[in-house]
Every structure is written in structure tokens, then in C-alpha cells.
Design a protein around this ligand. Structure first.
Ligand code: FAD
Ligand code: NDP
Length: 640
């Protein structure tokens, strides 16, 4: 029966599944709101998918990941070094799994798993397959003579190159699905000589040390607020860089160890070796003693991430450092110049200034390119009031060492992008944060025929993260057009393994990925910036609801009045669907993570309005946004 129903403000024609329940059809809901979820299938689709799996694979196993009998039967094929296709019914959509199990029952009379087919012939469950093997019928059916097989001529089912966020997640998932997996991870030291352990950028030289240093900055702020809240602090607090670095590095060390143990427990072989391609099924690996060997695999996953870029100016490599070095710098960096104006430069400058260091950011053009520029300006203003100096419209020209020591004295010359005028200033530390380059140049991808973007050097992939070479995939920072964020790499790795080895069809949804910049005032966003929303929908079709505010915790120490900010960008043509969420204030990461669910589900402004807030919080501001930009009214808060 055709009818219309309402979700939030979206009116939609759909099937009403029963008269007394206003239930939206799953298919319509999924098609409209979750287009990336696996499509709903019919019974005949299910039967066809089973036939396809049986026809196109020498061994097809319908299985569940947790079932011990399924594990046993997959173990048998692993022992026989035979490649199998497993459709793991517990990792795919529940409705689809039920249809597939019905179809299997109709075809084989069996409703249990494992349900095994070899060369198109139905063998049965675990005991049936073991018995079939004991009766010496299995090997001939597999085409194995005298115990040798050409079914999987490779050493591994999957070799992952890169043991960072994405690579580790993918390798463990693939091993969980019964595959023989290895991870190659090797860290080439930075030009300043810094190297680290297993886990990739995030753990060693990215998110984790950055967030810990950010926490140290927040504590500094809390200490200075404390007196207004009644604490008697006998001496002015002093920050000790060496203690911070020691604490951060000890924590990282324990994470490195944890990752090694996790790989071992997951049955993934860890090769602490640098990999380069020999052909599309072979890599050459080199360990730190320069010992080499060849490793073959049916599939490869490139998850090598990126490394910081250096400018091509005299002294950059000799005297500059990057985020690869800063978090483990054994001495106080002193007066620091951060070059670059995006995530990394601003975050590093933010925590350094809050530790009391004389901190300058050299900005070539704008702050936080790609982010909402109104908020980028607010971040800049906030940082300026918190002791960060900005040199806007300048680029570095040279760095010269003019005094030894730790830190040394460096003379930095820099040029105006407008007038070409040259100026110079002395610093102790220069941090380059001018972008990152993918680690593809040394991978010899040309030997495997893998295509790279001529502009970025990243691996070109399709929506299923597959390169132009069918058995070679790429995820994370090394893949073209993917947000360079840890959870993106992890999600992509897990879903890829499920698609490759468990019959899943679910793609990674790279749209509306929430993110947070920690400057240390936090900025969280999800969806479009105001500029992008205008470009996409037209300036007349969007509305902005916004307010500046002062968090309650800042009121007593009387700081940052109206420096925090919230805005929702809505599309007027879609019942004010929220297309951009932006929040500048304390705990932005935590707040944005929660609201991102609403943005992903296409919530409209009235959903936010109808939501009852949690008081007293900063997040509740999103339930009471009434001032529109088009009204011209001031967004500054004057009372509570
Ligand atoms: P990586 O984690 O970079 O791992 C790649 C691994 O492959 C490395 O160990 C590398 O040494 C190894 N490798 C490279 N080439 C080879 C080879 N040929 N053979 C063997 N091994 C090789 N993201 C967030 O989500 N939140 C944050 O707060 C955040 N903060 C960040 C702060 C900084 C300072 C930086 C630099 C990044 C930050 N990121 C953050 C981004 C995040 O760290 C990356 O997006 C994420 O680590 C990418 O994971 P990946 O698996 O693609 O690669
Ligand atoms: P980005 O590529 O985001 O930004 C590079 C910055 O450097 C820009 O401001 C750019 O200016 C400037 N720049 C580029 N070349 C030069 C040059 N030759 N001289 C002076 N300035 C220059 O790089 P980041 O290194 O900041 O970050 C890399 C990625 O890491 C991010 O995209 C992000 O995904 C991830 N990350 C995530 C974090 C988080 O989630 N909180 C934190 C840190 C990193 P211009 O605008 O003029 O081009």
C-alpha cells in the first residue's frame, strides 16, 4: 500500500508495511538515507549469489567467523595450501544472511554452517568434508596430485605493506577470517635521525603524542584558572618539557609492544622489513641488516601512509625538524617557528605556546585551507590572544646555524609573498608542517604496474579501494582522495578485509567524516564548510544558524568571552537539512563525534530544535540556535 510518512522534516512516499505501524520500508530507508549500505536482496538474488560463489571459486565455504567447525574446515584448506572463498554470514547484513541461509537450505537441505562446495560439488559440513578428505576424494577434486597443489602458489593470501592504523586493522581482520597474512613495517629514520616502533604515524608521531601534548596544554590552562576557583597555588606553575616527553614516549613504547603482541595473537606474521614490488605477486623485503628476501602473495594491500614534506631551501634538511621529531625532542625546543598553517602547524604551535615557549607561525596564505574560513579566523584570533604570533604572507628562504647547543641558534630568512621583501629572525627550533608526501617513491610500484596520481603521487583506487591491478589495494593516507585521518584508515582496512575474504559488499563511506583540530581551543566539524555549502547549493539556498558563546567554565576566570562559536549550515530546499556542523569550544572532539551521527542520518534543523539539551553543557547550544546569519542579528551572547 502506497502512503507517505515523515522522518524529521523529510516527507517521503513509501510502502507502509502494516496499517497500525507507521514503518518505513527498509529498502526505501536504506536507499534514501544509507546509499552505501549493502543493497537489500531478494530470494532469487540470494540463490544467484550462491551459484556465482560456487561457480567462480574452486572452494566455496558458507561460514560464520565464530563457529569452531567453520574454523576447523578452513584450517583444513589452509593446511592443504588451498585458496578458498568464504562468505561469512555473521559479518554481512542480517537480512541478507537470512536469505542466503534459506537459499542454501533449499539447495542443499542444510541450514547449518559450514556448508562446503568444491569444484561445484556440494560436500557438506565440517565432518562431511573431513570424511571426504579421509576417503582420499578431496585432493583429486582440488586437482592436487602427490600432495602438491597449484591452487595457491603464493606464500601468503595477503601481504600488507605498512603497519600503521590501516594496515594493522586490515591484517588482523583478514587473519580473523582465516587468511594467511603478513605485515611488512619499516620506519626509515627522519633526516634528524628519529625512528620509532610498530604502529605507524598515529601512534608514534601523530594523533597520540599530539593529543597527550594537547592535554598538557589544557592542564596548563586549568592551572591558571584554578586560583579563580579557590585553589591556592603557592608558586607559578612551570612546565618541564623533558618530563612531558618522557611520559609521552613511555606510553608510546607500551603501545608499540601491545601492537606486536596483538599481531602475534591474531596469527599475523610481522616482518620488520622494508618492502618494494618485484611484480604484482612478489615483493623484495630488506631488514635493518640489509638482508633481503622475496615474499609472494595472492593479494597485496598498500598502506604505507606518508611522511612530512621539506621545502627545497638551504638548511631545511640539516636544521629543520618536523612532527616526526618534535614529540620526542630530548631538549626544550625554545623559541620556535612553525612553518605551515594547517592542522599540524597550528596544533603544534598551540601546545608549544601554552607551555610558555616563544612561538611563531609562518603562514603562506590562509589558515586551515579547506576548513570553514570564518572558524579558521576565529581560531587565529584565539591563538593570538594566547601568545601565538603569526607572520602572515611569508615563506622561508633559508636556515643557517649561527650557534651550537641544544637547542641551537638558527637564523631564518624569509620572503614576503606580496612584495618579495626579505627579513630574518633568530629561532631555536624550526618545525616544518607544510604537508605530507605519500611513501610511494621507494615502493617500485612500476614493477607491479600500479597507477599513481601524477599530481600527488598517491595510489589511484576505485570505490572498493582497489588499484588498477586487481589483486593490489590501497587504503589510508597513501590512497588518493581519502581524508588523512586514523579512523578513516582503520575503517577502510576492516571493511576491505571483509569484502575480500568474507563476501561482504559494504564499502567505506568517505562522506561527512567528522574531524577535530586541537589548537588547543578545539574545533570540531562534520559536513560542509560555509564556502563549500554555498558552492554546492547556492548562497540563496543555504541558511546559517549561529552563536558565539562563553563556556561556563571560562566565566569565573573571566576568559575567552564570546570566543567559542557554534554554527549549523542548513539547506533550505531540503526542509533545512543540516549540511554542515561546526563547533569551536571545549571538548569539540567528544561533542562532534556524537552530533556526527545526526548529520550522517540527514537530520533537519527541527530535529536539533526538538532535542532537549543537557544542562549545563556547551553541547546544548545546538538545541537552541535561533539567530540566522541572514537576519543580520548579532551572534554574540550577552547573558545566559
Ligand atoms: P601510517 O600510520 O602512516 O602507517 C604507514 C606505515 O608504513 C609506517 O609505519 C611506515 O613506516 C610504513 N612504511 C612505509 N613505507 C614502507 C615500506 N616500503 N615497507 C614497509 N613499511 C613501510 N589523524 C586523526 O584521525 N586524528 C588526529 O588527531 C591526528 N593527528 C595527527 C597529528 C600529526 C602530527 C600527524 C602527522 C598526523 C595526524 N593524524 C591524525 C593523521 C593520522 O596519523 C594518519 O591519517 C594515519 O596514521 C594514517 O594511517 P595509515 O595506515 O594510512 O599510515
Ligand atoms: P596540510 O597539507 O593540511 O597543510 C599544509 C600547510 O602548509 C598549508 O597551510 C600550506 O599552505 C602550507 N604550505 C605548503 N607548502 C608550503 C611552503 N612551501 N611554504 C610554506 N607553507 C607551505 O598539511 P598538514 O601537514 O598540516 O597535515 C597533513 C594531514 O594530516 C592533514 O590533512 C590531516 O588530515 C592530518 N592531520 C590530522 C589531524 C587531526 O585530525 N587533528 C592533526 C594533524 C594532521 P597553503 O594553504 O598556502 O597551501
Amino acid at each position: 500500500m502506497q502512503d507517505s510518512i515523515q522522518i524529521g522534516n523529510v516527507k517521503t512516499d513509501t510502502l507502509i508495511e502494516s496499517k497500525w505501524e507507521n514503518v518505513i520500508s527498509r529498502k526505501v530507508f536504506r536507499d534514501r538515507y544509507h546509499p552505501n549500505m549493502a543493497p537489500i536482496m531478494s530470494s532469487s538474488d540470494a540463490a544467484a549469489r550462491i551459484e556465482e560463489a560456487i561457480k567462480s571459486n574452486k572452494v566455496a565455504i558458507f561460514s560464520k567467523t565464530y563457529c569452531p567447525f567453520c574454523k576447523k574446515v578452513k584450517g583444513l584448506f589452509n593446511e592443504l595450501n588451498t585458496t578458498y572463498y568464504a562468505l561469512e554470514l555473521d559479518v554481512i547484513d542480517k537480512n541478507e544472511a537470512a536469505l542466503l541461509q534459506d537459499a542454501l537450505k533449499q539447495r542443499t537441505g542444510m541450514s547449518t554452517v559450514p556448508n562446503v562446495f568444491v569444484s561445484g560439488q556440494h560436500i557438506g559440513g565440517c565432518d562431511d568434508t573431513l570424511k571426504f578428505h579421509q576417503q582420499e576424494k578431496l585432493l583429486p577434486l582440488l586437482g592436487i596430485e602427490n600432495g602438491t597443489t597449484n591452487s595457491n602458489p603464493f606464500e601468503y593470501d595477503l601481504v600488507v605493506i605498512g603497519g600503521g592504523s590501516g594496515g594493522l586493522a586490515a591484517s588482523k581482520e583478514a587473519a580473523k577470517l582465516g587468511k594467511k597474512v603478513a605485515v611488512c613495517d619499516f620506519v626509515k629514520p627522519s633526516p634528524a635521525g628519529t625512528a620509532w616502533g610498530l604502529g605507524g604515524t598515529c601512534v608514534n608521531v601523530g594523533c597520540i603524542p599530539k593529543k597527550l601534548m594537547h592535554q598538557s596544554a589544557l592542564l596548563g590552562q586549568a592551572l591558571s584558572d584554578a586560583t579563580a576557583f579557590g585553589w591556592k597555588v603557592s608558586e607559578a606553575p612551570v612546565h618541564d618539557w623533558a618530563t612531558l616527553v618522557e611520559g609521552v614516549q613511555n606510553h608510546i613504547g607500551s603501545l608499540n609492544w601491545g601492537y606486536r603482541v596483538a599481531l602475534k595473537q591474531a596469527n599475523v606474521t610481522y616482518l620488520n622489513e622494508f618492502a618494494e614490488f618485484v611484480d604484482d605477486h612478489t615483493i623484495l623485503t630488506t631488514n635493518k641488516r640489509n638482508k633481503t628476501r622475496q615474499v609472494t602473495s595472492r593479494d597485496f594491500l598498500i598502506a604505507v601512509g606518508g611522511r612530512p614534506r621539506y621545502p627545497d631551501i638551504p638548511g631545511a634538511l640539516e636544521y629543520g625538524v618536523t612532527s616526526d621529531d618534535l614529540f620526542s625532542l630530548p631538549y626544550n625546543p625554545g623559541k620556535t617557528l612553525c612553518i605551515g598553517a594547517s592542522y599540524i602547524a597550528l596544533e603544534c604551535a598551540g601546545f608549544l605556546a601554552s607551555f610558555g615557549m616563544d612561538t611563531t607561525v609562518m603562514v603562506r596564505s590562509i589558515l586551515l585551507r579547506g576548513f570553514d574560513q570564518q572558524i579558521a579566523s576565529l581560531i587565529g584570533e584565539h591563538m593570538e590572544t594566547h601568545n601565538v604570533r603569526f607572520l602572515r604572507g611569508w615563506i622561508p628562504v633559508s636556515i643557517e646555524k649561527i650557534g651550537d647547543g641544544t637547542p641551537a641558534n638558527l637564523l631564518v630568512k624569509y620572503k614576503s609573498t606580496e612584495t618579495g621583501e626579505i627579513q630574518q629572525e633568530e629561532y631555536n627550533t624550526v618545525v616544518f608542517a607544510i604537508g605530507r608526501d605519500p611513501c610511494t617513491p621507494n615502493l617500485k610500484l612500476q614493477n607491479a604496474g600500479v597507477e599513481l596520481s601524477s599530481k600527488t603521487g598517491k595510489v589511484l583506487t576505485n570505490e572498493a579501494d582497489q588499484s588498477n591491478i586487481p589483486n593490489i589495494y590501497a587504503i589510508g593516507d597513501v590512497a588518493e582522495n581519502r581524508p588523512e585521518l586514523t579512523p578513516v584508515a582503520i575503517q577502510a582496512g576492516i571493511l576491505l578485509a571483509k569484502r575480500l575474504y568474507a563476501g561482504s559488499k559494504v564499502l567505506t563511506d568517505y562522506d561527512k567524516v567528522p574531524t577535530t583540530v586541537f589548537t588547543p581551543m578545539e574545533y570540531g566539524c562534520c559536513g560542509l564548510s560555509e564556502e563549500d555549502a554555498e558552492a554546492k547549493y547556492g548562497a540563496n539556498n543555504i541558511e546559517v544558524y549561529h552563536t558565539a558563546f562563553q563556556p561556563l567554565e571560562c566565566a569565573v576566570p573571566k576568559r575567552d568571552e564570546n570566543r567559542c562559536y557554534a554554527k549549523l549550515i542548513v539547506n533550505k530546499l531540503e526542509n533545512e537539512r543540516v549540511v554542515g556542523f561546526h563547533y569551536l569550544g571545549p571538548n569539540a572532539g567528544e561533542i562532534t563525534q556524537g552530533f556526527a551521527v545526526a548529520i550522517k542520518l540527514n537530520a533537519t534543523k527541527d530535529v536539533f530544535d526538538n532535542l532537549i539539551g543537557i544542562h549545563p553543557t556547551c553541547a546544548e547550544i545546538f538545541t537552541t540556535l535561533t539567530i540566522t546569519k541572514s537576519s543580520g542579528l548579532s551572534a554574540l551572547k550577552t547573558g545566559c
